[in-house]
Design a protein around this ligand. Structure first.
Ligand code: ADP
Ligand code: MG
Length: 402
């Protein structure tokens, strides 16, 4: 696989008998009590297995590093990677030695004792304040544990931390793991010469969260279909009455400005023509109405059936689709139809490059059961949005050869 900016794939790195530090994203959701932590969804652990297995097969001495939660530079036993190490060992069918600290004499001993093909996991990197501060001493310490550096944690690549950025310049060889390489490969295709029409579907909670993304997309796409609570703000900006719907009243000028720029740049903007309304999130009275008929005491919680048809057709005709942000409150089945329809339309479009970014959108694609039928579901929420804006991600820039 050819990667941009001269980034080397892990398969091309010299790793036999070498100590290889792999920055992985094992930041899994935990359930259970503070004393008896259980792993909720283990898909982030499963995602990094190919890189680890590859290194085991090649006889590398593997040092894994990850954060878990937000311990803010302090040792918090309830955020120990211990349950993660146990699950990883189970999935690999081999031993994973957990160092009881991210750095220090204990960690150095564990790493020094590794034999070819063995795996160590450093304790939660964010137990040390140097990780998020990208502290030079901490970065050098981590670098001293390895000969080769691999980053397979795309979801944290937009952060300049010691394990994602600082340590890399102190290591001789560096490269991208399987997860990272696929992210870079697919997402950079969206920044290049794509097949057209190129459609962006954007939804979710807030215009203010996504305005930079929307602005950047204007320079690349042919059309943008907007849904979710974000659409309410655009519709209000156009003079529609949205009742009790979630609207960012302080962002109406921003929304109008965006619509003006879109028309100057010849980008078609689709907004809902009908919506599913209810008197509350848990109300039983959900029904679809025209966008001109939202009663004052109701709120728009999903796109309506007419809009679904329009968006479905638009997705079907596109040859490149990037989707971020649910079309409605998809966590509630009665407001999930719009989101599921977009996911299915993307999956059914076999001619297009179809990419999903964003935490909730990725969850929606899984919920719709079509995650393996779109080209790519990005593992990084914030990271994928920064990438498609064309911004430089510190964790990726650090991997580039200079
Ligand atoms: P992503 O994580 O994919 O980037 P966001 O975090 O921006 O997406 O938005 C997801 C959230 O937006 C969901 O929790 C969803 O319930 C909410 N949402 C979508 N549509 C609406 C709406 N019409 N009213 C209120 N909330 C909405
Ligand atoms: Mg979200």
């Amino acid at each position: 696989m050819a990667l941009p900016h001269g980034i080397v794939h892990v398969e091309e790195l010299p790793v036999e008998g070498k100590r290889v530090f792999v920055r992985v994203d094992l930041n899994v959701p935990l359930t259970g009590s503070a004393k008896d932590r259980q792993i909720g969804d283990d898909s982030r652990i499963v995602a990094v297995l190919p890189t680890i297995r590859h290194l085991v097969e090649r006889g590398a001495r593997i040092v894994l590093g990850s954060h878990l939660g937000r311990p803010d530079g302090q040792v918090k036993p309830e955020l120990s990677l211990e349950p993660v190490a146990a699950r990883l060992a189970e999935l690999l069918g081999s031993e994973v030695i957990l160092a009881d600290e991210p750095a220090g004499d204990g960690a150095r001993k564990v790493v020094g004792d590794l034999r070819d093909g063995q795996i160590a996991l450093l304790e939660n990197l964010r137990f040390h304040p140097g990780e998020e501060a990208n502290d030079t001493d901490f970065a050098r310490q981590l670098a001293s544990y390895c000969d080769t550096y691999v980053n397979d944690a795309f979801g944290t690549a937009h952060r300049a931390h010691a394990s994602t950025a600082g340590m890399v310049r102190h290591v001789g060889h560096k490269g991208a793991g399987f997860v990272m390489a696929k992210e870079i490969d697919v997402l950079s295709r969206l920044l290049g010469d794509v097949d057209r029409p190129y459609l962006a579907v954007v939804g979710g909670a807030k215009v203010s969260d996504k305005i930079e993304v929307l602005d950047a997309l204007l320079d690349r796409v042919n059309a943008i279909a907007i849904g979710g609570a974000m659409a309410n703000t655009f519709l209000t900006a156009q003079g529609k009455q949205l009742g009790k719907s979630r609207v960012e009243t302080d962002k109406l000028a921003m929304a109008r400005n965006f619509l003006r720029k879109a028309s100057e740049k010849n980008v078609a903007v689709h907004l809902p023509t009908d919506v599913v309304i209810a008197s509350g999130l848990d109300a039983e009275d959900a029904r679809a109405v025209s966008i001109d008929a939202v009663p004052a005491d109701q709120m728009a919680l999903d796109i309506g059936p007419v809009t679904i048809e329009t968006y479905r057709t638009t997705v079907t005709r596109a040859r490149t689709v990037f989707w971020n942000g649910p079309m409605g409150v998809f966590e509630k089945p009665r407001f999930a139809a719009g989101t599921i329809a977009v996911a299915c339309a993307m999956a059914d479009n076999r001619l297009a490059l179809t990419v999903v970014g964003g935490g909730d959108s990725a969850a929606a694609v899984v919920q719709a059961g079509v995650a393996d039928r779109v080209t790519h579901v990005s593992t990084g929420g914030g990271a994928s949005l920064e990438f498609i804006q064309g911004l430089e991600l510190p964790g990726i820039a650090a991997l580039a050869s200079r």
